[in-house]
Design a protein around this ligand. Structure first.
Ligand code: NAD
Length: 382
């Protein structure tokens, strides 16, 4: 069986998550390709230390060029702060490697376009991370929409809600500073996750009116002082899409300060004959709507059944973050190797670029207090 050798640049929170998925690849049932994590690059020696637990890793380095020089590495997963995406992603591609990028796929629209264009020009396989839609619930939502059972779709709501910034005493880090995280702030952190399913269903926002909020504007700097926290904490985007020739409102929420929420990804789609709702807050519950004289919301208890890539885990057991992350990596490998076979795949470069057009227009909308028209497919940002 073919083995795909992986390198990771940026071994922090997400690097470790990826390593953990690669390490239990055997949980995938009858998956026709193996993976081996071979090399990890991080500037922080303590971060690298953790990877000594992984027997397949034979290079731990602070110099990413050393990793890229390795002929045996096929794919590089890059999980770095957003200000580094463009240069690192492009260098990975130029080194002849395929890329699994982290969102937001560049710090801004200009970076996203440059990465996409470089991947296309060099003919590399490039996809971007967004794992939540690989859970059985979102997969059933997509199935419900495609079934046509909902009649005319009249409203869409999708969001990703955290409370990770609700504590004002939490010290500053790169995710709370524009120079590292980007002007788009929380949209860069959570927006790709929110847009992945709508974009895959062909719902590309045409108009946006944005509410952006800076709620905690300074935080402890970890050295006894305070530091400016200049990113947007919360973004509420009122957008509009066209479905079957009709204009439909689509509300997109991305919030780092959402009281009571830890990592809640949700989507709700309402039609004239049916509806569907799913939230990771209640991981097993799929809600579908039907009209039969009375109007019913019906709860279906989901288990593991319905993940795109079958695993050894029992069908009634409930999935979590680590599971959907592994499913996403399986989706990347399956698509790269040509056996995705119609199953759900990772965010494409075009989808990542489309998300940046939305965020870019949202910034303009809030700055000018206007409804912005979103124009896609420009080669350069307006
Ligand atoms: N898919 C998801 O659910 C998800 C969740 C969180 C973060 N992310 C994304 O993953 C990426 C990384 O976020 P994170 O939370 O893992 O961040 P992190 O801060 O935990 O990890 C980043 C790592 O990069 C290392 N690093 C920084 N500069 C470097 C350089 N020049 N060379 C080598 N290593 C360097 C740091 O030492 C750190 O260990 C971001 O794009 C972020 O948006 C995705």
């Amino acid at each position: 069986m073919k083995t795909i050798n992986i390198g990771i640049i940026g071994g922090g929170l997400m690097g470790r998550e990826a390593a953990s998925s690669f390490g239990r690849w055997f949980a995938l049932n009858d998956f026709p390709a193996q993976v081996a994590l071979k090399a990890v690059c991080d500037l922080n020696p303590q971060v690298l230390e953790w990877y000594k637990n992984i027997s397949s890793v034979d290079l731990l380095t602070a110099d990413y060029k050393e990793l890229l020089q390795r002929d045996d590495i096929d794919v590089v997963y890059v999980a770095l702060p957003h200000n580094l995406h463009k240069d690192f992603y492009i260098e990975v591609l130029e080194a002849g490697k395929d890329l699994l990028a982290e969102k937001p796929f560049g710090i801004d629209l200009e970076a996203a376009l440059a990465i996409r264009d470089k991947g296309e020009a060099l003919g590399r396989f490039v996809r971007c991370s967004s794992e939540m839609p690989f859970l059985p619930g979102p997969q059933r939502v997509i199935e419900e929409v495609k079934s046509g059972r909902m009649g005319e779709i009249i409203e869409i709501k999708a969001g990703f809600l955290h409370s990770s910034d609700i504590d004002p005493n939490k010290p500053i880090n790169w995710k709370r500073q524009v120079k590292y995280c980007g002007e788009i702030g929380v949209m860069g952190d959570l927006g790709m996750h929110v847009l992945h399913v709508p974009l895959r269903l062909g719902w590309k926002p045409e108009l946006v009116y944005a509410n952006l909020q800076k709620i905690v504007e300074q935080r402890p700097d970890g050295k006894g002082g305070m530091a400016v926290c200049d990113t947007w904490n919360n973004a509420t985007l009122n957008t509009q899409v066209t479905i079957d020739g009709k204009q439909v409102p689509m509300l997109l929420e991305m919030k780092r300060i959402a009281p009571g929420e830890t990592n809640t990804w949700y989507i709700e789609i309402f039609g004239t004959k049916g509806g569907v709702k799913y939230s990771t807050k209640d991981t097993k519950a799929l809600w579908t709507f039907r009209i039969d004289g009375d109007q019913y919301w019906q709860r279906t208890d989901l288990g593991f059944k319905g993940v795109p890539f079958p695993v050894i885990t029992g069908g009634i057991f409930e999935p979590g973050f680590a599971d959907c992350f592994m499913q996403m990596l399986a989706g990347y490998v399956a698509e790269r190797e040509g056996f995705l076979n119609g199953r759900f795949g990772c965010v494409t470069p075009d989808e990542a670029v489309a998300s940046h057009y939305v965020f870019d227009a949202a910034l303009k909308s809030f700055a000018n207090q206007t409804v912005e028209k979103i124009v896609y497919n420009q080669t350069q940002p307006a």
